[in-house]
Every structure is written in structure tokens, then in C-alpha cells.
Design a protein around this ligand. Structure first.
Ligand code: MFK
Length: 556
């Protein structure tokens, strides 16, 4: 049978990404951008060239766990696939973790790092998972300033040398507590002045890491997250044997199939407290906020890959007498995906900018509270968007989108994890409530949206600017009134509220970028994206009805 359909193709993913390039031109001084562009071009070429080839060749391969050697010794060795071995080397060489710690470009170092991650992620089959945890571990160790641990681990976690770079796990999940981490049962026992951990960790991603940050309850401590302590664990001893760790099996997951996620038991595992013997949940929070930022960047990157494939396909696929790209209904469908991507990008990279400014010591006024709020907003909003965009992209391809050897189903499978791990949409919505109840973050966000939309001058942006401002005002009014009249309803509306905040902020950032792009690039594409995103709707509070929810779920 002759080959008859031209498959979708990808060019240099940096050169072809108008959104990324235009954003970098807006936020970076020209000399910084000039300096960083070669590294981004190289990553864009790698992601559409050798790494993509390897990803295709690797499609059917998965990591394996060998528990015993031929002579009856328990070894619990995990073999990674070639793609992941190469991804590890690329990540070290290109400084995907190191860049923000080297801080060569001050406040722009995080933007540089995550622009590289944005290009790398979709061709790496989620090698970004161990990298996210590694970055989170370095940040957490530095935040707590335990000198011995910092000196031992941080240079390894932030190394650019593939042979010596360490990755870190983030072992939080137990059988009793996925979201409710305070229910963790692992015990920390003191033996001869040193701690040893005993317990079962139920969902430990990237189980090949050299170290992990984990939570355990020192014997005698009280319940909940306050009674847990944050511990540093090295997974192997100097001879390479596992440190009291037994790997039971690798999870059979819907996606992230290259990522070895293990169920494991700790039995006498040596551990060092990172920051005292209590308040473990609070002490691991710096890690959560970093990995949630990686999660959002990865969601944005998956969307970009999906849309890049869908747009190229539209030019190659002929149906009903012409290329799909010329069919108005197809055009509408893909335009909506592009708009979701552009809004998600602006929201997420705003969080990245704030993080970079915080680390450069340049975050003033209420911006620290804003960073704390925007991080869960970006994570919860983009995770859902990525799944929707991936699903629609598969449909764009028709039957080909449902066929494994096109490589397309991976987009959907790997996106589906993004709203789940690192806090589900609901857990993050509750985190948003916690933030606005304990800080000035909400007024700061309101002021930001008002400033971004207020600066718009072009008539083509007036409607989306108005929609963003109205939605965020309405969300603020909703929470104020509900707190006064029916506080019990606030939790029921948390997701609608948080999503409305996230989408309004995303739209106002997109409108702001669109005005800049009209002024400086003479380009109306971002303005079109803003109008399209606004039409898709940013206010999610309308479909909230607790009475109906009870009727639908709790009644027989
Ligand atoms: C591609 C990218 C890849 C990303 C990598 C993926 C790797 C996958 C590995 C995993 O999935 S690891 C598991 C991830 N698990 C979670 O994300 C847990 C989700 N659950 C929550 O986030 C809950 O909200 C939480 C566990 C934090 C609730 O626990 P508690 O014990 O009820 O905490 P509480 O009392 O609300 O907060 C305790 C303290 O921590 C408070 O401070 P104070 O003690 O001063 O009052 C909180 O303000 C603080 N806190 C909580 N979350 C925080 C935070 N502080 C800063 N940032 C946060 N995010």
C-alpha cells in the first residue's frame, strides 16, 4: 500500500513560536535577549530535531524495575529508556535547573530557564518531572539554610555536568494522604542521635533520584501537618546500595510512561532534618511552589506543541476539496486553541517573572503576595487548559489522533497528569482561598488587572479589557458578599472563583501584551487572541449552584 498522507512537521520550535519570541522582546532588555537567543535557538532546533527523533524511536519503551539479581540478592534497579537518558544529559548541559541559581542575568534568569524548559518539555516525555523536583529541592534547601545540606546537595542538584548532576525526589504521597498530606504515617525514629525513617511512600515519582525531600513524623509528635518534619534522604550509600529502601513496583499509569513512579517502603532509611522537627508541611512549601510553576510551564508547552502540530496539519491535510486550514470551521477550532495557549503563556510567564524578581531581591510592595497567589492560579488554570487543548487537537486529526504510532495520543495522556499531581484543581482552589484570606493578594491582583487593562488605548482591545476587569470585579464582590452572608458557600465556589481570577488575569496580561505588540511590532495577532479568549469566557461564577449540586450528587 502506498504512503499517501504527509504527516505534520515541526520546524525550529523557538523560531516558529511567535508568542515566546514576542514576549521575550517585550520583557527583556535587547542586550539580554541577544545574549540568550542562541541558547533558545539551539534548544528549539534540538526539540524539533534529534530529541524529537529519539522520542519517536522511544515510543514503545518503558522503564523497567529489576528486583533481584541472578543470585538471589535484592537489588531494585530501575533502567530508564534512551530518551530519558539523553534528556538527563541535555538538561544538565543546558542548565535547565542550574540557570536560576547561577543568576547570570539577574531577574531574567528564571525567564531564561523556563523559556528553555518550554522548548524542551514536549520532546522529553516529561523529563521535566525530575527536573521540577530537583529545582524545588535546591530552592527549599537554600530557603532553610542548613549549611551542611546546602553544601552537600545544592552544587550537585545545580550541576551542568551530566555525569555528576543529581536529581531529587519529592516523597509526599502516602496511602492515607494524597492531598491531605497531614495524614502521613511515616515515622522518624532517633537511633544513636540520628534519624531513621519507617513507612510506605505510595506515589514516588522519578524513583531513580539520588536524593529526596520527604515528610515523616518524629516519634512523640502530634497529628497533622504540624507534627510532620521535613527530612533529607540520600537514596543510596557509598557502595551504591539502597539506603533501607525497597521498591515494590512501578505504577501502571495512564501517561507519563517514561517516568518511573514507585511504591516503596522505608525501613531504617537514614534521614537528616532540614528545618527543625515540626511544621513539615509549611517547610516543604517552597518546593511545592516551584514544582507548581514547572507544572504550569509544562502545561503551556504541551499546548504549544499541540497547536503547532494542529496548525501544520491544517496546511497538509486535504478534505472536501481543499486544505483544512482553508475551512472556516476548522479555522475557528484551531484559533480557539491558539488563544488558550496565548493566554496561558502570559499568565504563567507572569508568575515566572515574579519568581525571578523575588530571587533577584527586586520584588517590592504587594508583589510577594501576588506571586504567592499567581502560582496556584497558573497551575490550576493551565492544567485544565492543557487537557482540553490536547483533547481537541486529537480530534483535529480525526482517526489519526486516536492512533498510537502517530505519537498524538501521548499529548492527551501526558497532559492529564497536569491537573492532578502537585495539587488537584480543587486543592489548589482551596489554597487560593487560604492565600486571599491571609494576605493582601486579592487587592494586589485587582490593582494589577485594573492597571493592565486601564493602559489599553486601541479600540480593538476595549472589549476584552472590559471583560477582564468586569470578571475580576465580580469575583471580588462575590467573595466579599458570600463571606458576609453565607460563609459556608465559599468553599463550594472555590474552584469557580479561582478559575475566574486566573482567566481574568490571563486575559488582562494578554490584552496588555497585545497593545505592546500593536505598538512595537505592528502585529494584531495577540489582539486577535485576546478577543478570542474573551469570547470563550473568563467568568466562571455563573454556573455555581450548591442546591443543584446536592440534588445531583447526594440524592438517590
Ligand atoms: C511537569 C512538572 C512536574 C511537576 C512535578 C511533579 C512531581 C510529582 C510529585 C507529586 O505529585 S508530590 C505530591 C504533591 N502533593 C501535593 O501537592 C499536596 C497537595 N495538598 C496541598 O497542597 C494541601 O493544601 C496541603 C498539604 C498543603 C494542606 O496541608 P495542611 O496540613 O492542611 O496544611 P495547612 O495547615 O493548610 O498549611 C500548613 C502551613 O503551610 C500553613 O502555614 P502556617 O503554619 O504558617 O499557617 C500554610 O500557609 C503553609 N502552606 C501550605 N501550602 C503552601 C503554604 N505556604 C506556601 N505555599 C504553599 N503552597
Amino acid at each position: 500500500m502506498a504512503f499517501f498522507q504527509d504527516p505534520p512537521r515541526l520546524g525550529n520550535q523557538f523560531a516558529e513560536d511567535r508568542v515566546l519570541r514576542s514576549y521575550l522582546t517585550r520583557v527583556m532588555p535587547p542586550e539580554v535577549q541577544r545574549e540568550l537567543t542562541p541558547s533558545l535557538e539551539a534548544m528549539g532546533a534540538l526539540a524539533a530535531g534529534p530529541l524529537l527523533e529519539l522520542q519517536r524511536a522511544d515510543r514503545l519503551l518503558e522503564p523497567t524495575l529489576t528486583q533481584w539479581d541472578a543470585w538471589g540478592n535484592r537489588i531494585d534497579r530501575i533502567e530508564l529508556t534512551p530518551l530519558w537518558r539523553e534528556a538527563q544529559a541535555v538538561a544538565a548541559r543546558e542548565g535547565l535547573v542550574a540557570t536560576p541559581y547561577e543568576r547570570r542575568h539577574g531577574r531574567y534568569s528564571r525567564v531564561h530557564q523556563f523559556a528553555l524548559v518550554h522548548l524542551f518539555h514536549p520532546s522529553s516525555d516529561i523529563y521535566t518531572c525530575p527536573l521540577a523536583m530537583t529545582d524545588g529541592a535546591a530552592k527549599t534547601l537554600l530557603a532553610h539554610g542548613n549549611r551542611t545540606l546546602v553544601e552537600r546537595a545544592v552544587p550537585r542538584l545545580t550541576s551542568r555536568e551530566p555525569a555528576t548532576m543529581w536529581t531529587s525526589g519529592q516523597w509526599m504521597t502516602e496511602r492515607t494522604g494524597g492531598s491531605d498530606v497531614g495524614r502521613s504515617e511515616t515515622i522518624a525514629r532517633q537511633v544513636d542521635g540520628a534519624f531513621q525513617l519507617h513507612g510506605v511512600k505510595w506515589f514516588t515519582s522519578a524513583a531513580t533520584s539520588e536524593m529526596a525531600l520527604t515528610l515523616a513524623r518524629p516519634e512523640g509528635n502530634g497529628p497533622g501537618g504540624k507534627g510532620l518534619a521535613l527530612f533529607y534522604v540520600e537514596t543510596r550509600d557509598e557502595r551504591g546500595a539502597l539506603n533501607g529502601i525497597t521498591l515494590h513496583r512501578l505504577k501502571e499509569k495512564l501517561g507519563t510512561r517514561k517516568l518511573p513512579t514507585a511504591e516503596l517502603t522505608l525501613d531504617g532509611t537514614p534521614a537528616v532534618p532540614v528545618a527543625g522537627l515540626a511544621d513539615g508541611v509549611r517547610n516543604i512549601a517552597p518546593m511545592l511552589n516551584v514544582t507548581r510553576t514547572w507544572n504550569a510551564v509544562s502545561a503551556v508547552a504541551e499546548m504549544r506543541r499541540a497547536v503547532a502540530l494542529a496548525r501544520d496539519w491544517g496546511r497538509r491535510r486535504v478534505a472536501f476539496g481543499g486544505p483544512l486550514a482553508e475551512k472556516p470551521l476548522h479555522l475557528q477550532t484551531v484559533a480557539a486553541l491558539q488563544a488558550e495557549y496565548e493566554a496561558a503563556f502570559q499568565l504563567t510567564f507572569f508568575a515566572v517573572e515574579l519568581l525571578g524578581r523575588e530571587e533577584a531581591g527586586e520584588l517590592g510592595g504587594s508583589d510577594a503576595a501576588l506571586l504567592r497567589l499567581v502560582t496556584p492560579l497558573a497551575k490550576l488554570c493551565t492544567g485544565k487548559q492543557a487537557v482540553a487543548v490536547a483533547s481537541e487537537t486529537l480530534e483535529v486529526f480525526g482517526g489519526a489522533g486516536y492512533v498510537e504510532d502517530t505519537g498524538l495520543p501521548r499529548l492527551l495522556r501526558d497532559s492529564q497528569v497536569l491537573p492532578i499531581w502537585e495539587g488537584t484543581t480543587n486543592v489548589l482552589s482551596l489554597d487560593v482561598l487560604r492565600v486571599i484570606q491571609t494576605s493582601e493578594a486579592l487587592p494586589a491582583l485587582l490593582a494589577k488587572v485594573a492597571a493592565l487593562t486601564g493602559a489599553v488605548r486601541d479600540a480593538r482591545l476595549a472589549t476584552p479589557a472590559g471583560i477582564a476587569l468586569t470578571a475580576v470585579d465580580r469575583a471580588t464582590a462575590w467573595i466579599t458578599e458570600t463571606a458576609a452572608t453565607e460563609p459556608a458557600l465559599i468553599e463550594a465556589g472555590a474552584r469557580h472563583f479561582a478559575t475566574t481570577l486566573a482567566r481574568s488575569l490571563a486575559l488582562s496580561l494578554l490584552v496588555h501584551h497585545a497593545q505592546w505588540s500593536l505598538d512595537h511590532e505592528g502585529d494584531g495577532s495577540a489582539a486577535a487572541a485576546a478577543r478570542q479568549f474573551a469570547r470563550a469566557g473568563v467568568d466562571r461564577l455563573d454556573d455555581l449552584d450548591l442546591g443543584d449540586a446536592r440534588l445531583l450528587v447526594q440524592e438517590a
